[in-house]
Design a protein around this ligand. Structure first.
Ligand code: GTP
Length: 616
């Protein structure tokens, strides 16, 4: 196929607006996948994804389509993008592999926060955007209103907006025609050296890393030695192919095409999303032409590469010390597929051996934890997520910067010390009647109000700058509950700013419980301390003895509570009486024991570790 007959596109949408359903329908209607082979949502291939109905890992599929207009065959490459903010870097790279994007908007809901965030990413990548109104089969659909909204808020030309229902198959042909008509073909081959952009990778135990890429210039074939510009890794290509959507080997991939390659790569760190692949031979030839002292890359990397940095950290410990090795192996296997996970061993008196793990965001953390437990059958205790702080000490020449990703490691406040914390820009979309509630929440969370805009007479965007630490608590849940579920949000890291922060320690039975320590703003310390001890009092089961719980800053106790001992007659319930009831109680006890760690002679359950992020 000449590149004039290729169209590379993505589908962008807010969660649940129907992206996956539409992708399925496009594959089905072009007979790429026979209907009977169609498991729902073919592109989301992880079980967990399917269950949660969210796209985490992106994949691609190639579709052949005969255009009604000129009766010619076209190759349409659909590149799926993850739908969640944690993965916005991956979204951006997968969009960079395309020339156009279908913007799917639910005709009953209208524009949401992720619709906008994705549109910005698409515009940054100079994509042609084709608006699609989905779910027009719903009685609540209001296509005229939503069309106006898209025109007014995004400023898109909506003259050729497609009205569709991915579910009932309305408008699918029109969408395919629009792709051929409006998505520009890839730029013709420049004749320059081979360059390809990695937009995803996958670890296969037999073939090693499978790299999904868009070829920008030149061509690559089996046997070619290749080089990854950023990781500097070199490998020999074992196979190149296309996604049909199953992998089908081909002889060669050329400029404009989307495909995969395998090269016996053992580590995903060699082939990270956003890196540029070149041919070793062309690289060497170009290097010879450069000044030997030159720092310049002989072949210019494709723009936009960055390392995805973890922003949220937590401790992960096996309940049972015997499972430590299994946990290590499991993390190793997960990392093979996901270069964005970091982990290093962490040991603590109370928790035993485990790992300090870093993630892109809360959802990323949640998904990894769930997969560890489910796919590797591990029982885990996970400590509350925290952000990474920077602690500056000294002045001028003697200045040192320490990175703190564990609250209990935050040094005691001293005079010439400054603590910095990450801030994010949060963009919230809400029906305007809830503006007040959203602003109230923003203020409670140390937010700085940046902007309020009416998108339409009834919908607003509210922009805040907020410490990330405040967002990774129950911010999203609070936002949802205060707006009756109608608001949506996106956030993005902006910078580190100094904060008046202190470490809040927790003592159980007068013993330090470092995994429960947290970092708070001085002004909130009192309130957080009080709520935390109250909440722990509820979450930690009663013992045979009195258990004092204290929140302290340094040596000063700022709040305390006491768990009163179990009374005899509570115990008595276990004796006598109905045998099945007794069994039930025993079983409940056994189950409860599972996720606990001993601190201050008290078994502390999993929920207590998360108490600090749910204090309202
Ligand atoms: P993420 O993968 O989380 O980004 O979601 P998504 O945008 O891929 O949404 P998905 O395709 O999973 O659809 C969300 C829900 O909307 C599912 O329950 C679909 O069955 C439903 N849905 C999708 N398209 C239509 C449509 O045209 N009409 C109706 N009535 N429902 C639809």
């Amino acid at each position: 196929f000449s590149s004039s007959r290729i169209r590379n596109f993505s589908i962008i949408a807010h969660i649940d607006h129907g992206k996956s359903t539409l992708a399925d329908r496009l594959l089905e209607s072009t007979a790429t996948v026979a209907s009977r082979d169609m498991t729902n949502q073919l592109l989301d291939n992880m079980d967990l994804e399917r269950e949660r109905g969210i796209t985490i890992k992106l994949q691609a599929a190639r579709v052949l389509y005969r255009s009604r207009e000129d009766n010619e065959m076209y190759v349409l490459n659909l590149i799926d993008t993850p739908g969640h903010v944690d993965f916005s870097y991956e979204v951006s790279r997968s969009l960079a592999a395309c020339e156009g994007a279908l913007l799917v908007v639910d005709a009953s809901q209208g524009i949401e926060a992720q619709t906008l965030a994705n549109v910005y990413l698409a515009l940054e990548n100079s994509l042609e955007i084709i608006p699609i109104l989905n779910k027009i089969d719903l009685p609540a659909a209001d296509p005229d209103r939503v069309t106006e909204e898209i025109k007014d808020t995004i400023g898109l030309d909506c003259s050729n907006i497609v009205r569709a229902s991915a579910k009932s198959g309305i408008g699918i042909d029109d969408i395919l025609e629009s792709i051929v008509k409006y998505v520009p073909p890839p730029k013709p081959d420049t004749g320059g050296p081979f360059r390809a952009l990695i937009f995803d990778s996958l670890y296969d135990p037999y073939r090693g890393v499978i790299v999904f890429m868009r070829v920008m210039d030149g061509a690559v074939k089996r046997g070619d030695p290749i080089r990854f510009l950023n990781s500097r890794a070199e490998h020999d290509v074992v196979e190149v192919g296309i996604m049909n959507p199953n992998q089908v080997p081909v002889d060669c991939l050329r400029a404009g095409e989307v495909g995969y390659l395998c090269a016996s790569i053992r580590d995903v760190l060699d082939a990270r999303v956003g890196d540029t692949i070149v041919l070793s031979s062309e690289y060497k030839a170009a290097a010879k032409l450069l000044d030997p002292d030159s720092k310049e890359e002989p072949i210019t990397p494709l723009p936009g590469y960055q390392v995805a940095v973890p922003m949220v950290f937590c401790g992960i410990f096996p309940v049972d010390a015997d499972q430590y090795e299994n946990l290590r192996d499991a993390l190793g296997k997960m990392r093979l597929n996901d270069a964005a996970i970091t982990y290093e061993p962490e040991t603590s008196g109370a928790m035993g051996f485990g790992f300090r793990c870093g993630f892109l965001g809360l959802l990323h953390m949640d998904v990894v934890r769930e997969r560890l437990e489910r796919e590797y059958d591990l029982d885990l205790i996970v400590t509350a997520p925290t952000v990474v702080y920077k602690v500056e000490k000294g002045e001028g020449e003697k200045k040192t910067v320490e990175i703190v990703d564990t609250p209990s490691k935050m040094p005691e406040i001293m005079r010439d010390m400054k603590v910095f914390e990450p801030y994010v820009k949060v963009e919230i979309l809400t029906p305007s009647e809830y503006n007040g509630q959203v602003i109230e929440l923003g203020q409670e969370r140390r937010g700085i109000l940046i902007d309020i805009k009416y998108l339409t007479p009834t919908r607003s965007t509210i922009v805040y700058e907020i410490p990330l630490a405040e967002v990774i608590t129950d911010f999203f849940d609070q936002l949802k509950s205060r707006t009756k579920g109608y608001a949506s949000m996106e956030y993005q890291l902006i910078e580190y700013r100094p904060g008046n922060l202190v470490r809040l320690d927790v003592k159980i039975n007068y013993e330090d419980a470092p995994p429960l320590a947290t970092i708070v703003h001085v002004d909130a310390a009192q309130t957080v301390g009080r709520r935390l001890v109250e909440s722990l009092k509820e979450l930690i089961p009663r013992q045979m003895f009195k258990v004092p719980i204290q929140a302290c800053i340094g040596v000063k106790v700022i709040a305390s509570a006491v768990i009163s001992p179990m009374m005899k007659d509570v115990l008595a319930k276990c004796y006598g009486g109905d045998i099945s009831r007794k069994k039930k109680l025993l079983k409940k006890q056994a189950k409860g024991k599972k996720r606990m760690k001993l601190m201050g002679k008290v078994n502390v359950p999993q929920e207590a570790f998360m108490a600090v992020i749910k204090l309202d």
